[in-house]
Design a binder for this molecule. Sequence first.
Ligand SMILES: Cc1cc2nc3c(=O)[nH]c(=O)nc-3n(C[C@H](O)[C@H](O)[C@H](O)COP(=O)(O)OP(=O)(O)OC[C@H]3O[C@@H](n4cnc5c(N)ncnc54)[C@H](O)[C@@H]3O)c2cc1C
Length: 380
Amino acid sequence: MDFELTDDQKRIRRVAREFAEAELGERIAPYDARHEFPREIVGKLGPLGFLGALVPEDYGGAALDYVSYALIVEELCRGDASVGITMWAHNSLCTNHIASFGSAEQKRRYLPPLATGEVLGAWGLTEPGSGSDAAALRTRAELAGDHWVLNGSKAFITNASVAGTAVVMARTGPERASKGISAFIVEQGTPGFSTGVPYRKLGLHASDTAEMIFESARVPAANLLGAQGQGFAQVVQVLEGGRIAMSAMAVGVAQAALDRAVTYMKQRTAFGRTLAEFNGLQGALADLATALEVARLLTLRAASLKDSGRPAMHAAAMAKLFASETAMKAATWAVQVHGGAGYIAEFPVERIFRDAKLTEIGEGTSEIQRMVIAREILQL
Ligand SMILES: Cc1cc2nc3c(=O)[nH]c(=O)nc-3n(C[C@H](O)[C@H](O)[C@H](O)COP(=O)(O)OP(=O)(O)OC[C@H]3O[C@@H](n4cnc5c(N)ncnc54)[C@H](O)[C@@H]3O)c2cc1C
């Protein structure tokens, strides 16, 4: 067992950290306040190779290993989780789905502009009536000549209104549950396809989340991803990597919360001493820093399993569960350490606290991760 990162992985982490320190953090606060997508800053991720992280070099990507990728997601989310989720939803969900299951022609057409960031990607699985029970989705696709005609809608989709390319799951067969689901590549501008006004959210205000609407949307037959009826099996694979990215996001958010708490503890005085000198606070900090390190190790272990081609679903579920709950605990404590200041929008912990909550909900809630873990243990 080797816990040492390679030189390349350390270099990639340094590049991501330097970018986050220079471009994210408080520079995103005004976008967050205005609920505005930071298009210009997201645009800078392309030239760094971060938007083609998982794309093979033949299609213009950086073809990074998952450990490197998780390190980038962590560092970006440590800087700002809105920019982080924009990047990883693009990579882990949309781009990776096409790279993993697309035909050579689909990859040639869609991956290069996604890899450079010329086009952003979104991934639509969740619907107003189905989230945790994703196989219950009701958006339908009917084949009519050389087109699929899609009807239905998707809810809470990251990047929906800023993406040029989306992967969308729809029901193509009469079979119930997961069997009759297929995946499609849908381009912005497809007749009958539109997106809603971005939601006003609790947190991640600078990330785009919107509805996707399909009203007899005409998608070319050639845009079916993989075989008909294989969409849900693909989703399971895609979510494995997505959960590792969400874990890395949670680790970054937890680290950001502790960074802020440590800075504040050293500055703020009470009863003639800095907060850093109080034993009670030191103990809580030590516990959270330990949990954070466990979360990071679980995340990198899941990423490393994926790199070695071994099943990572169980490890990804454990990492996602533990890291997201650690992020929420760390953010809650960081607000507490700031006292009244923690409740005020000018202090970054307020934003970190709001952003942290999503990690316990997206890519499968904590309850769903517990279900995945228990079923594996019980061999159900
Ligand atoms: C900001 C944001 C971004 C998102 N981005 C995307 C995206 O890009 N693409 C996409 O497809 N989706 C996306 N989602 C959707 C997200 O994945 C779902 O919201 C999530 O999976 C939960 O589904 P739901 O909202 O329908 O909740 P529900 O499934 O209705 O769950 C409600 C509650 O019931 C619990 N529950 C459900 N089933 C069980 C069970 N069997 N046992 C115990 N408890 C259970 C849940 O844990 C939860 O607490 C996003 C959501 C948000 C908020």
